[in-house]
Structures are given as C-alpha cells and as structure tokens.
Design a protein around this ligand. Structure first.
Ligand SMILES: O=C(CO)[C@@H](O)[C@H](O)COP(=O)(O)O
Ligand SMILES: [Fe+2]
Length: 223
C-alpha cells in the first residue's frame, strides 16, 4: 500500500470548470479525487450525484474517485455510483438501516467499501464489521460544509482506530476528512491516518502543487 494518499475534496473546486480543475489538482500531485455527495436531508447542503462522477470519467479522469455519501437512504445510490466510475464508496452508518448489507452491496458492485464516523459517532459502530470494510473515514468536522476547523479530539480517536486496524491485520485505509491543512497534517498522520482529504486548503491556495508538495514535506517528517 502507498503509505500516504492526498485526496482533494472537489467540494472546494470550481464547479463551472470541474474537469479541468480536477485534472490540474491531479497533475499537481494529488492521489485520489474526494467526491462529496450531499442530499439536503442527511446533511443541510446539496451537491452532486452520479452524473457528475460519470462526467469526470468521460472527461478522462483516471485517478481513483473516493465517493463520500452524505445521503439517507444509501443503497439505491450504490449501483449508480459504481456504474458511474466510483472506486471507493463510503457512507455514514446511521444513514443505512442495514449497514452490513450496504457494505456487501458496495463490494458486490466492485468498489471498495468505507464507513464514515462523525465526530460524535462511537467506535462501537465498527464492531463486527472490521472484515467488511476497506476504509474507515473519521470526520474531523461535522459533515455538510467545507472550510470548517479541525476538531482536535479526532486525534485521540484516530489513535484508537489505528489500534483496531492493526489488530485486525487487514490493510484498511484510515482516512480523515475536515480541516486538514499543511500545518496539522503531520500531527494527523502521527495519530494514525494514512489518507487525507483536503478541500479548501488545496483548492483555495494559489498553487495546488506548492500546497501538495508542502503537505508531502510535512508527511515526510512523521516517524
Ligand atoms: O465531507 C466533507 C464535508 O462534509 C469534506 O470532504 C469537506 O469538503 C472538506 O473540506 P475542508 O475542511 O478540507 O475544506
Ligand atoms: Fe468528504
């Protein structure tokens, strides 16, 4: 497994020229496209759906697309996103009535399956599911908006999830989402994360390449 993955959240990209902007951020060194789906029901905001994922594939985007579903219910969108070119599909367990079934559905459609824990979601939601997840995403803000501040208690939670992953012996990615910046990414990695969503920090910066390079320089300092 590649040690660290940087996943710009396209929530902060320029939607009027999305393909070009995603191309630019990948050319600047990003690893994964983080694709935030909001339904104005599970979260109080409304964004993009499978058609936009398909449009990015049609435009020529080949990098993995990491779909973060902030929708309720979840299941009907899984086949649609798989067909539209998603690589990873993650969802919030409280938004699915049958979490185990939804995880299976994602894998049956050929995608990696992820569970997303909000800041106040206890780790017990992972019980009995460690063999069914390919990725665990810890929210370090409450979901719904970009540009919020990192919630510091996430660091302790990351350490606990890192232990659970190590105990499982499985290559589960530990992703963190919300308020990730150049000046906190090393601390977040040291707590156990290996995949970093960053929206405003990258897309609102004058140079995507300089910001991603600076993040990698910080990550290289992590023991
Ligand atoms: O899922 C979400 C918000 O709900 C995120 O992916 C944000 O889009 C991250 O934005 P920044 O905090 O990095 O600006
Ligand atoms: Fe996200």
């Amino acid at each position: 497994m590649q040690p660290y993955l940087i996943a710009p959240s396209i929530l902060s990209a320029d939607f009027a020229r999305l393909g070009e902007d995603v191309d630019q951020v990948l050319a600047a060194g990003a690893d994964v496209v983080h694709f935030d789906v909001m339904d104005n029901h599970y979260v109080p905001n409304l964004t993009i759906g499978p058609m936009v994922c398909q449009a990015l594939r049609d435009y020529g985007i080949q990098a993995p697309i990491d779909v973060h579903l902030m929708v309720e219910p979840v299941d009907a969108l899984v086949p649609q996103f798989a067909e539209a070119g998603a690589s990873i599909i993650s969802f919030h367990p409280e938004a699915s009535r049958h979490v185990d079934r939804t995880l299976q559905l994602i894998r049956q459609h050929g995608c990696e399956a992820g569970l997303v824990l909000n800041p106040a979601t206890p780790l017990s939601v992972l019980d009995y599911l460690m063999d069914k997840v390919d990725l665990i995403l810890l929210m370090s803000v409450n979901p719904g908006f970009g540009g919020q501040s990192f919630i510091p208690s996430t660091l302790q939670k990351l350490k606990q999830v890192r232990q659970l992953i190590d105990q499982s012996g499985r290559p589960i990615r530990l992703e963190v989402d919300g308020g990730v910046k150049t000046d906190n990414i090393a601390e977040i990695a040291a707590a156990g994360a290996d995949m970093f969503v960053a929206g405003s920090a990258i897309f609102n910066s004058p140079s995507y390449r300089d910001t991603i390079d600076a993040m990698r320089t910080e990550l290289a300092k992590v023991p």
